[in-house]
Design a protein around this ligand. Structure first.
Ligand code: SF4
Ligand code: MSK
Length: 629
């Protein structure tokens, strides 16, 4: 007898997702949940981090029993070394992803200064001057382009190997910088730390788990205060600083009578152009000629977050919704750049009339239509993409279209600048609210989904538990859509908050969960913590703050987690990384880091218990600051 499929309601908390999982099953489309099931049970050695493939004397694995054979790999590396090396490479992968994204923004700014990117411009000159001045670039009485050229050089220099510390380290409280110097984790250059991690983990190099883990922290710091921060700041300069605006979320943002184009990935360089082309009256007229009402752009994952924050475009879904969005049968094109794009989307798109269009030479997918996106020809290429989508509209089978729910309203697009603006230009009102206990603490939840959990159950559950305890939540990445669907991204969401947070939200007319951008934009969170710590004259680790990624899955999420911890922000995660095969490494992650950085990881798969543990620490931190618990 064949096994019955898991009921869709056990896989995801959302009605739109449940309906589309059922439709996918009817349509014969395989999804992430099917493949997850096929992969069970996972490999125990890999799960524990006890396999090594770093040379061709192996691959090796370390016995799960503590006595007997296979306690060391062929070269003699023990379990601690192997686990630490694997973890280090994992962090290097995540840091490389974010930071290479940051580098792409430098190249766009460079092309603007050289007159080779006519379709892009500097949208926020004030921010260009502010950031440049922070990095020691002279801004007085200088032309915008001259300043921008110097900023390009300063940012590129942060990727190299000749600096003693990264430029944005100036944003870090002095006391924290001293800790980094003491433990030799002051990040020097983004590429340097990543390359050194690859070197250290080559056979015969860093064979001390503690040493490897400290360099993992240094690599992650280069991502957070380097590559990611450059990505965020330059995106703001080129496309504008996010400001709060109304939008909508869930699969209801896909419109049955429109040409629907979903943008997916992380970098706004392509998606901003696609959006601009979709707003072009000539393109709209073409869509109408094809029988549609117009052109509708929707976001997925973090490219969606970038456009949501700056342009208010609606979000169709987060990581585990990406396949399901196509299953609606109403998507003409999915346009992707890079990161978090499931390769399966090519096959899902092929089951419908959907064009799957890749745009980055470094992220090509077999079976996709590839347009090698170039800043010199961006607008024309974006038009070409829109025309492909319009052509696909004619092939749509309306009998296969199912838009499962109506869209939910949100207010999104917060940033440090928007927050300051809202507070009247100073952090004081926020600090006062923290001091009097209306806001007892702040937690940043980084999205991500992982089929190991019922989709979004932890993300939404944790956010709700925290706001009940008067802890303000900042949402980045894939939790945005989840929080929006749960009604947490509108001021009325404060009805679910504790009395203190509710009072502040009502006074400022803000939601209890503030959308703070994409996963790269966690740099905004550490920057904000630096600003608050400096304003209070304390270290970041003294603040009543947390990071969390309950449903994390990616290498980038671990890099974010580690740069937060090394910056003094404790981080909750719902599942451990592949390190539990080493008691030493696990103990360092959960406890040892606390002694070094004043913050460590908390692994807790139950969001209620996680919120309680986070609250306990917030109480302790508040009491240490002389505040009421
Ligand atoms: Fe095995 Fe050592 Fe080679 Fe890793 S580096 S595969 S443990 S021999
Ligand atoms: S896209 S890293 S699933 S947040 Fe940034 Fe979402 Fe996590 Fe990717």
């Amino acid at each position: 007898m064949s096994k019955q499929p898991t009921p869709a309601k056990d896989l995801t908390i959302w009605e739109d997702a449940q309906k589309m999982i059922e439709k996918a099953r009817r349509d014969g489309v395989e999804t992430v949940w099917d493949r997850f099931e096929q992969q069970q049970p996972g490999c125990k050695f890999c799960e524990l981090g006890l396999t090594c493939k770093n040379c061709n004397m192996g691959p090796c694995r370390i016995s799960l029993k503590e006595d007997g054979k296979m306690q060391r790999g062929v070269c003699g590396a023990d379990g601690d070394v192997i686990v630490a090396r694997n973890f280090g490479r994992f962090v290097a992968g995540g840091s490389a992803g974010h930071s290479d994204h940051g580098r792409d923004l430098i190249e766009v700014l460079e092309a603007i200064t050289e007159g080779e990117a006519h379709d892009y411009k500097i949208s926020d000159e004030d921010k260009l001057r502010r950031v440049s001045a922070e990095l020691g670039i002279s801004v007085d009485n200088r032309e915008t382009m001259a300043i921008a050229k110097d900023l390009v050089e300063a940012c590129f220099a942060d990727f190299g190997s000749r600096r003693k510390e990264l430029g944005f380290v100036s944003r870090v409280p002095e006391v924290r910088r001293e800790i980094w110097k003491k433990y030799k984790v002051m990040p020097r250059g983004v590429d340097r730390e990543i390359a050194e991690m690859m070197h250290r983990t080559h056979m015969g190099c860093d064979n001390d788990a503690v040493s490897t883990l400290l360099h993992s922290a240094k690599t992650a710091l280069a991502d957070g205060w380097g590559g990611s921060m450059i990505g965020t700041e330059l995106s703001d300069i080129i496309f504008g600083v996010p400001t709060p605006s109304r939008s909508q979320v869930n699969l209801g943002v896909i419109k049955a009578d429109m040409v629907n184009i979903l943008v997916h990935g992380h970098n706004p360089v392509v998606s901003e152009m696609v959006l601009a082309a979709a707003r072009n009256p000539e393109m709209i007229a073409q869509a109408q000629k094809a029988g549609a009402e117009g052109i509708n752009i929707g976001g997925l994952c973090c490219t969606g977050n970038e456009l949501l924050g700056r342009q208010g475009i609606p979000m169709a879904g987060n990581h585990l919704m990406t396949e399901l969005a196509i299953v609606t049968g109403a998507v003409e094109a999915v346009v992707v750049d890079y990161q978090c794009i499931m390769p399966s989307m090519v096959q899902v798109a092929a089951c419908y009339h959907t064009k799957f269009i890749t745009t980055a030479d470094k992220a090509q997918f077999t079976g996709a239509t590839h347009i090698s996106f170039n800043t010199a020809t961006a607008a024309d290429q974006a038009k070409e993409i829109i025309e492909m989508a319009i052509a696909a509209y004619a092939l749509r089978d309306q009998s296969r279209v199912e838009i499962p729910v109506a869209a939910v309203d949100t207010i999104t697009g917060f940033s440090n600048e928007a927050l300051l603006n809202m507070l009247g230009g100073s952090l004081d009102p926020l600090l006062d609210a923290v001091k009097e206990g209306s806001i007892r603490g702040v937690a940043a939840i980084v999205g991500c989904n992982n089929p190991k959990f019922q989709h979004d159950s932890q993300n939404v559950g944790l956010a709700k538990e925290l706001i009940k305890k008067d802890i303000l939540v900042l949402a980045t990445g894939c939790i945005t859509t989840a929080a929006g669907k749960a009604g947490l991204l509108v001021p009325e969401g404060s009805e679910m908050a504790g009395p203190g947070l509710k009072k502040i939200c009502s006074a400022l007319k803000i939601p209890p969960v503030l959308h703070f951008g994409s996963c790269v934009d966690n740099s905004r969170v550490i920057h904000l913590c630096g600003l608050i710590a400096n304003a209070l004259g304390v270290d970041i680790s003294d603040l009543p703050v947390w990071g969390s990624s309950p449903e994390w899955y990616s290498e980038k999420a671990v890099a974010i987690g580690l740069y937060c911890v090394a910056s003094g922000i404790p981080v909750h995660i719902g599942t451990p990384p592949q390190i539990t095969g080493s008691k030493l490494v696990t103990d360092i992650a959960l406890n040892g880091l606390e002694n070094i950085f004043g913050a460590a990881f908390l692994v807790e798969p139950d969001y209620v218990k996680a919120a309680e543990k986070m609250d306990e620490r917030i109480k302790l931190k508040r009491l240490s600051l002389g505040l009421s618990a």
